[in-house]
Design a protein. Structure first.
Length: 115
């Protein structure tokens, strides 16, 4: 089992910044992929960004150049630095851990961007 706890969400004005943190604990394999997803009301959950243990990254087109994903393997933590936030970034942000067929999700953290 892997437990994921997200933090850092909140209310911010458009153009502002937030930094999300996901702390992982439990039976963590050294090779894994961690990612941030988001889901707004009435929409499907979508990938925001992902990062491998070797720090290869992938981003949704809508967040490229504004968001940065990073990780600290020693701390089993992944971060999402979100800059130049827009109202359309408003959603619940979820952390995801993947190792082959093992997939775990965090409980989510709300990000609200006011215009």
């Amino acid at each position: 089992q892997v437990q994921l706890v997200e933090s850092g969400g909140g209310l911010v004005q458009a153009g502002g910044s937030l930094r999300l943190t996901c702390a992982a604990s439990g039976s963590i394999f050294s090779e894994n992929v961690m990612g941030w997803y988001r889901q707004a009301p009435g929409t499907k959950r979508e990938l925001v960004a992902s990062i491998t243990t070797g720090s290869d990254t992938s981003y949704a087109d809508s967040v490229k150049a504004r968001f940065t994903i990073s990780r600290d393997n020693a701390k089993n933590a992944v971060y999402l630095q979100m800059n130049s936030l827009k109202p359309e970034d408003t959603a619940v942000y979820y952390c995801k851990y993947t190792h082959i067929w093992r997939i775990y999700w965090g409980q989510g953290t709300q990000v609200t961007v006011s215009s």
